[in-house]
Write a protein that binds this ligand. Structure first.
Ligand code: AMP
Length: 365
């Protein structure tokens, strides 16, 4: 089977690295000749709204998927006219718009921060009256890694806010005083089978994921699994869907979903029986899903902005290096390293050896 991927970055690259052994072939639509997925499949060069390029891709593939959610809706609708697309246009529309996402959670009784939809300065004033501060205002679309967000600490931060943020649709969210952040990666097949990976604790630095640690038998796993199954079934979703939650005591507060494989799931390549990438390509190509069970203990660190010292990283026992072959630029994810261990003590020891080697440059693109 031939898989078309919209986007030729590291997520597409890792999908192909997982799918090639299953006999799948990969074709990537990307505007850049340097797209790093070009190492493991065929690049179809073109912008994401270039119909001629999309037609070239469609002539080569059996099924289409995405490595990012901000694909123009028209592109998704156009592709869906001729080839199966996973996730579907409906699922993408929900996941790329924060209000739609929060409304979905609320309609399914899944706890979220208090939220208010903002389309004017008057809405900001009303949201402040209802929710107060501290709060976070976020753009409803195209926000990621903390971009397009503003923390509000007092009523002084409200004045002129709508225009200051560009007069674009926003969401006003009450600040959640969370204990820590977790994500949950889940996959659903076309015939409705769902599998859920262990919860992952995520630590961010300057809004960018720094490291992820899967948590064995976490007390909130049953809650996360139930939410994941509920949302996947409701959306009739096919493929990997990632949930981001805040942990507050004994509760999960849903923040957002990403309709794709996710950075916080990179540990699954070595740390789970079947990786998120393999399960995604299995789901969209109609193959049976694989086990999401953890293998031993693992932890993933992102490599951001600086050249990767592969020999130094590999000198740490249990480390598995992934260099995406992208030119280093401040703030740009260019690789990751997962360290695996037999038990928690060994993991701590190995992670401590790795930590000083992670010289990330987060100064922004
Ligand atoms: P997001 O783009 O929604 O994933 O937000 C980026 C980061 O901002 C999250 O990972 C949190 O660390 C923080 N954040 C977002 N929303 C809230 C909230 N309502 N309360 C507290 N922190 C938040």
């Amino acid at each position: 089977m031939k898989i078309g991927v919209i986007g030729g970055g590291q997520l597409g690259r890792m999908m192909a690295l997982a799918g090639i052994p299953l006999g799948l072939r990969f074709y990537f639509l990307d505007p850049s000749t340097e797209a790093c997925a070009g190492d493991v499949g065929t690049l179809v060069l073109g912008a994401y709204d270039d119909t001629a390029a999309i037609d070239r891709l469609l002539s080569l593939v059996d099924v289409v998927t995405f490595e990012f959610e901000s694909v123009p809706a028209e592109t998704v609708a156009y592709i869906a006219q001729s080839k199966p697309v996973f996730p579907t246009a409906d699922a993408l529309a929900i996941a790329r718009e924060r209000w739609a996402e929060k409304s979905l959670f609320q309609s399914l009784d899944i706890p979220t921060a208090p939220v208010y939809k903002i389309d004017s300065q008057q809405d900001v004033v009303d949201a402040f009256a209802q929710i107060g501060v501290p709060a976070i205002v976020k753009t409803r679309t195209l926000g990621y890694d903390g971009k397009g967000q503003r923390l509000l600490k007092s009523d002084a931060d409200i004045a002129g806010l709508f225009d200051a943020l560009g007069g674009v649709p926003l969401i006003y969210e009450g600040f959640v005083d969370f204990d820590y952040e977790v994500s949950c990666i889940a996959v659903r097949s076309a015939d409705g089978e769902t599998r859920v990976y262990p919860l992952v604790e995520n630590v961010h630095r300057q809004g960018i994921l720094h490291c992820s640690t899967p948590l064995a038998d976490h007390r909130l796993q049953p809650q996360a699994t139930a939410i994941a199954k509920q949302v996947l079934d409701h959306m009739q979703y096919v493929g990997v869907l990632t949930f981001e939650f805040f942990v507050q005591g004994d509760h999960l507060v849903a923040n957002e979903v990403a309709p794709r494989v996710h950075n916080s799931g990179h540990w699954t390549i070595e740390g789970a029986q079947c990786s998120q990438f393999e399960n995604h390509v299995r789901a969209i190509s109609g193959l049976p899903l694989g086990s999401t069970q953890m293998l031993g203990h693992s932890m993933m660190f992102n490599l951001i902005g600086c050249p990767i010292d592969v020999p130094a990283l590999l000198a740490v026992p249990g480390s598995c290096v992934h260099d995406y072959r992208k030119a280093p630029k401040p703030g740009r994810k260019i690789g990751h390293v997962t360290v695996i261990a037999q038990g928690p003590d060994e993991l701590r020891e190995r992670a401590a050896q790795l930590a000083p080697l992670i010289n990330n440059d987060l100064s922004g693109e």
